[in-house]
Write a protein that binds this ligand. Sequence first.
Ligand SMILES: [Zn+2]
Length: 112
Amino acid sequence: MYIYIRAMKRSITFEWPLLPGSVSTARSRCGKPGCACKGKPARLHGTYYRWTGFIDGKRTTKTISQQAALECQRRIRNFRKLQREIERVVRAALGEAPWLPRATESKRGKKR
Ligand SMILES: [Zn+2]
Protein backbone atom coordinates (compact mmCIF):
# COMPACT_ATOMS: atom_id res chain seq x y z
CA MET A 1 0.00 0.00 0.00
CA TYR A 2 1.26 3.43 -0.91
CA ILE A 3 0.41 6.55 0.96
CA TYR A 4 0.37 9.33 -1.53
CA ILE A 5 -0.31 12.91 -0.66
CA ARG A 6 -0.39 15.53 -3.34
CA ALA A 7 2.56 17.88 -3.04
CA MET A 8 1.73 21.23 -1.57
CA LYS A 9 3.62 24.44 -1.15
CA ARG A 10 3.95 26.13 2.19
CA SER A 11 5.73 29.37 3.00
CA ILE A 12 7.59 30.61 6.00
CA THR A 13 7.79 34.35 6.45
CA PHE A 14 10.71 35.78 8.32
CA GLU A 15 12.50 39.03 8.97
CA TRP A 16 15.63 39.83 7.04
CA PRO A 17 18.54 40.25 7.71
CA LEU A 18 19.49 37.22 9.73
CA LEU A 19 22.58 36.25 11.62
CA PRO A 20 23.37 32.96 13.36
CA GLY A 21 25.61 32.81 16.42
CA SER A 22 25.59 34.90 19.57
CA VAL A 23 26.94 38.12 21.01
CA SER A 24 28.86 38.29 24.27
CA THR A 25 30.61 41.01 26.23
CA ALA A 26 33.85 40.92 28.18
CA ARG A 27 35.99 43.18 30.29
CA SER A 28 39.65 42.43 30.85
CA ARG A 29 43.01 43.20 32.41
CA CYS A 30 46.02 44.00 30.25
CA GLY A 31 49.69 43.22 30.71
CA LYS A 32 50.91 46.75 31.52
CA PRO A 33 52.30 47.07 35.03
CA GLY A 34 50.65 49.79 37.11
CA CYS A 35 47.64 50.04 34.78
CA ALA A 36 44.31 51.06 36.31
CA CYS A 37 43.00 47.61 35.43
CA LYS A 38 45.20 46.23 38.23
CA GLY A 39 44.26 48.91 40.75
CA LYS A 40 42.04 48.59 43.79
CA PRO A 41 39.29 48.95 42.88
CA ALA A 42 40.23 47.67 39.45
CA ARG A 43 39.11 49.63 36.38
CA LEU A 44 38.92 46.89 33.79
CA HIS A 45 39.30 47.47 30.05
CA GLY A 46 36.26 47.20 27.89
CA THR A 47 33.44 46.54 27.57
CA TYR A 48 34.40 44.51 24.49
CA TYR A 49 31.74 43.05 22.26
CA ARG A 50 32.14 39.75 20.47
CA TRP A 51 30.19 37.79 17.95
CA THR A 52 30.71 34.03 18.05
CA GLY A 53 29.38 31.61 15.51
CA PHE A 54 30.28 29.15 12.81
CA ILE A 55 31.64 30.31 9.46
CA ASP A 56 32.28 27.52 6.94
CA GLY A 57 32.00 25.00 9.78
CA LYS A 58 34.63 26.73 11.90
CA ARG A 59 33.81 28.26 15.25
CA THR A 60 34.74 31.92 14.83
CA THR A 61 34.85 34.88 17.20
CA LYS A 62 34.97 38.46 16.02
CA THR A 63 35.51 41.54 18.13
CA ILE A 64 32.91 44.11 17.10
CA SER A 65 31.82 47.60 18.06
CA GLN A 66 28.93 48.22 20.42
CA GLN A 67 26.88 49.45 17.48
CA ALA A 68 27.65 46.31 15.49
CA ALA A 69 26.76 44.24 18.55
CA LEU A 70 23.30 45.81 18.69
CA GLU A 71 22.78 45.10 15.02
CA CYS A 72 24.05 41.52 15.46
CA GLN A 73 21.55 41.00 18.29
CA ARG A 74 18.71 42.26 16.12
CA ARG A 75 19.69 39.86 13.33
CA ILE A 76 20.21 36.98 15.76
CA ARG A 77 16.67 37.53 17.08
CA ASN A 78 15.40 37.25 13.48
CA PHE A 79 17.40 34.05 13.00
CA ARG A 80 16.07 32.48 16.20
CA LYS A 81 12.51 33.38 15.22
CA LEU A 82 13.06 31.60 11.91
CA GLN A 83 14.49 28.56 13.73
CA ARG A 84 11.42 28.43 16.00
CA GLU A 85 9.21 28.70 12.92
CA ILE A 86 11.07 25.80 11.26
CA GLU A 87 10.73 23.73 14.44
CA ARG A 88 6.99 24.44 14.44
CA VAL A 89 6.69 23.29 10.84
CA VAL A 90 8.74 20.15 11.56
CA ARG A 91 6.48 19.30 14.53
CA ALA A 92 3.44 19.75 12.29
CA ALA A 93 5.07 17.50 9.68
CA LEU A 94 5.72 14.78 12.27
CA GLY A 95 2.08 15.07 13.29
CA GLU A 96 1.19 14.06 9.72
CA ALA A 97 3.86 11.37 9.32
CA PRO A 98 3.06 8.57 6.81
CA TRP A 99 2.87 5.93 9.58
CA LEU A 100 0.06 7.75 11.36
CA PRO A 101 -3.59 7.08 10.53
CA ARG A 102 -4.91 9.89 8.39
CA ALA A 103 -8.18 11.64 8.98
CA THR A 104 -9.56 12.92 5.67
CA GLU A 105 -7.19 12.80 2.73
CA SER A 106 -6.38 9.08 2.97
CA LYS A 107 -9.22 7.86 0.73
CA ARG A 108 -8.50 10.29 -2.07
CA GLY A 109 -4.74 9.85 -1.90
CA LYS A 110 -4.51 6.05 -1.56
CA LYS A 111 -3.10 4.14 -4.52
CA ARG A 112 -2.75 0.44 -5.18
ZN1 LIG B 1 45.25 47.64 31.77
